[in-house]
Design a binder for this molecule. Structure first.
Ligand code: NAD
Length: 393
């Protein structure tokens, strides 16, 4: 089948198997080309492993340290005329390359929030690895059904009073104002349930209770802070409340899990399937890309995660800020970068988008998430979309 992108709103409903495979390969090659820390994790569980920061974490652990990896994913295989999700193709490609390179890699497909998937993962760890020494928690989800059957839906809203600022309409590349309504107390609570730390702690407790966590294991979850212009929408918005809860959970896990250390890594703003859905943020990201590329300090997910594993988390001492957070947003938050972003933000309008933002970079990264626009891939070729994930099917 010849597969073309079909974009609906913030997502692309098709994915290109060959393109996803080429992108995974490029990420692997990047990690192979970098200098690696002396001591890294050997057996890693990645929850939310099929895209974005989770996939990049898996690749960084495997190809920096030869780590065995188990990835928990929530993806769909191809059926009829529908392609698989890009996370499915990414995982299939990762397992294929890992096998070629003699690395253990298996995946479990299902809802990471469920007890069933936690139990399945524990069984697999017991059978194949015995224990894991690192757990990456990289879920970004719109909803969560808790073990008592209640479904919570997260919202991307501000908190307090309505907030108006600029946003980009990526369909016609225009800039206009958007007013984001405040979340209700119930919506904030639901967002914390979905994107806060409760499920992370449930995972760590379950792994510990089943005795599949090494005593000195490390666990890391991802957060974002960003500059003032994004605060009402992010850090001080409903998602920010969930991230505050995630940070508190890290402290709880470290305090209570005899030897397990939990970290929050504050990552850079990047185009992923999840960030594309947040109002205001995509315009900020487009400006940030332009400024960071001009300063030669731009990074994607793989550069961020490779640096996290090799220079921050597994360096001789874990590198944190005064509050104990790992700051992968160090380059994004440099005063000279933020000063330029701020100037461009104030000036940007539909008329000067080309000079004030890296829209091409934004769009390219968005299509790449689904395997499109990747060098060396023949998009006119008839490809097999029924790709299997070796450990699943
Ligand atoms: P993403 O959408 O690229 O990846 C999320 C992953 O979670 C996907 O692999 C998806 O399949 C998986 N997932 C979702 N629901 C699941 C479920 N129920 N069970 C199993 N897997 C499930 O998102 P991302 O941007 O890489 O986000 C990962 C983390 O990084 C999030 O905590 C996010 O807040 C954080 N973060 C993102 C950015 C950014 O700019 N993208 C910046 C800083 C921090």
């Amino acid at each position: 089948m010849i597969v073309k992108p079909k974009v609906r709103g913030f997502i692309c409903t098709t994915a290109h198997a060959e393109g996803c495979s080429a992108e995974v390969k490029a990420q692997i090659e990047y990690v192979k080309s970098q200098k690696h820390a002396e001591n890294g994790p050997k057996k890693v569980l990645v929850i939310g492993a099929s895209m974005g920061y989770g996939l990049a974490s898996r690749i960084s652990a495997a190809y920096s340290f030869g780590a065995s990896t188990i990835g928990v994913i929530f993806d769909k295989q191809a059926s009829g005329a529908r392609t698989a999700t890009s996370g499915w193709y990414n995982t299939a490609a990762f397992e294929k390359y890992a096998a070629q390179d003699g690395l253990y890699a298996k995946s479990i497909n299902g809802d990471a929030y469920s007890r069933e998937i936690k139990d399945k993962t524990i069984e697999l760890i017991k059978a194949d690895l015995g224990k894991v020494d690192c757990v990456v928690y990289s879920l970004a989800a719109p909803r969560r059904t808790t073990e008592d059957g209640v479904m919570y839906t997260s919202v991307l809203k501000t908190v307090g009073s309505p907030y108006t600022n600029k946003t980009i309409n990526l369909k016609d590349n225009t800039v206009g104002d958007i007013t984001v309504e405040p979340a209700s107390a119930e919506e904030i609570e639901a967002t914390v349930k979905v994107m806060g730390g409760e499920d992370w702690k449930l995972w760590i407790d379950a792994l510990k209770a089943a005795d599949v966590l090494e005593d000195n294991a490390v666990t890391v979850a991802y957060s974002y802070i960003g500059p003032q212009i994004t605060h009402p929408m992010y850090a001080d918005g409903s998602i920010g409340k969930a991230k505050d809860n995630l940070f508190e959970t890290a402290k709880e896990i470290t305090a209570g899990q005899n030897g397990v250390k939990a970290y929050i890594s504050v990552n850079k703003a990047l185009v992923t399937q999840s960030s594309a859905a947040i109002p205001i943020v995509p315009l900020y990201i487009s400006i940030l890309y332009k400024v960071m590329k001009e300063h030669n300090v731009h990074e994607g997910c793989i550069e961020q995660m490779c640096r996290l594993f090799n220079e921050k988390l597994y360096s001789a001492e874990v590198q944190t800020d005064a509050e104990g957070r790992i700051r992968m947003d160090d380059l994004e938050m440099k005063p000279e970068i933020q000063a330029e972003v701020d100037t461009l933000w104030k000036e940007i309008s539909s008329d000067n988008l080309d000079t004030h933002a890296d829209l091409k970079g934004y769009h390219d990264d968005f299509y790449k998430l689904f395997g499109f626009g990747i060098d060396g891939v023949d998009y006119e070729a008839d490809i097999d979309q029924n790709v299997q994930i070796p450990s699943i099917t």
